[in-house]
Design a protein around this ligand. Structure first.
Ligand SMILES: NC(=O)c1ccc[n+]([C@@H]2O[C@H](COP(=O)([O-])OP(=O)(O)OC[C@H]3O[C@@H](n4cnc5c(N)ncnc54)[C@H](O)[C@@H]3O)[C@@H](O)[C@H]2O)c1
Length: 267
């Protein structure tokens, strides 16, 4: 019997629950921006589901590593500035040496400095693109060849719902996050024959260290556009990433998945 016609009726709920918790067993997952926020929550949840992890960040990753160790998982921490090509090449070498493969790549690291167009210089514009968008090209160059070796891969690029809002001071951010969608679609086309899926995810405004400085008026404005009357937390965002990186998402590629509490209503 093939896996998709399998009959679960003879199994206890507990047995199925146990299996459901191991959706990523022995998968090697690389996550950028894993020191805090959405990336940290994702790292812990992937570890709980059986994945082994390579955590990348410019910030201290020891807290995330401790959390994974407590959850009984395995992780290596790699200092990597995602805008730096040499850092990605070095990270790839460490992952290859430590794990021998890469199955999952989540390009999560990003910056969102609020700068009105009138005050923005070209350096800020370029830096935003280097970290938010160029990094996704650089990481794919390093990790796609490893995925190809096993004819299996899942890439998730983190975009943002800000692309459809009327937020002020984020033209550079919106442009970079729109660029992610274009790159995701194009890369999905190029990698389909290798059984590597590439999808983008657009989170709503989410309570993380990166957004903790925002005034209530900004949060209220976003929440008022959602169907759900609360701000998202990292746990809300991670569930759909777990799906996109699982076996279950094998026929889904080139998509933008909005995890926005009902804000975008694009389809
Ligand atoms: N939090 C939100 O409201 C929200 C909404 C939509 C999209 N997003 C996107 O989700 C992703 C994660 O957001 P978050 O709120 O968890 O962010 P955060 O600021 O809480 O954490 C981001 C992490 O990325 C790391 N990072 C930043 N620059 C880096 C670089 N050059 N190299 C390596 N690591 C770097 C930071 O050190 C940090 O650990 C980002 O891409 C962000 O644009 C966030």
């Amino acid at each position: 019997m093939s896996s998709y016609t399998r009959d679960f009726s003879h199994e206890s709920v507990d047995a199925r629950g146990e299996e459901a918790m191991h959706t990523h067993k022995n998968r090697v997952a690389v996550i950028s921006g894993a020191a805090k926020g959405i990336g940290q929550e994702l790292a812990v949840q992937l570890a709980q589901r059986g994945a082994v992890l390579a955590l990348l960040d410019i910030a201290d990753l020891s807290q995330t590593c401790d959390m994974i160790e407590k959850a009984g998982g395995k992780a290596i921490a790699i200092h990597c500035d995602v805008s730096n090509e040499q850092d990605w090449i070095a990270a790839g070498a460490v992952v290859k040496q430590e794990y021998g493969r890469c199955d999952i790549l989540v390009n999560n690291a990003g910056i969102y400095p609020n700068v009105h167009f009138d005050d923005m210089d070209y350096k800020t514009w370029r830096r935003t693109f280097e970290i938010n968008l160029d990094s996704m090209f650089l990481s794919a160059k390093v990790f796609v060849p490893m995925m190809r070796e096993n004819h299996w891969g899942r890439i998730v690029n983190v975009s943002s719902t800000s692309i459809v809002t009327n937020a002020v001071g984020v033209s550079h951010y919106m442009a970079s996050k729109m660029g992610i969608i274009g790159f995701t679609r194009g890369l999905a086309n190029d990698l389909g024959k290798d059984f590597i899926t590439v999808n983008a995810l657009a989170p709503a405004l989410t309570a993380t260290p990166g957004t903790s400085h925002l005034p209530d008026v900004v949060r209220d404005k976003v929440v008022n556009q959602q169907a759900f009357n609360r701000m998202a937390v990292p746990h809300d965002i991670v569930g759909p990433i777990l799906f996109l990186t699982s076996e279950d998402a094998q026929f889904m590629t080139g998509q933008l998945l909005a995890v926005d509490g009902g804000m975008m209503k694009t389809s």
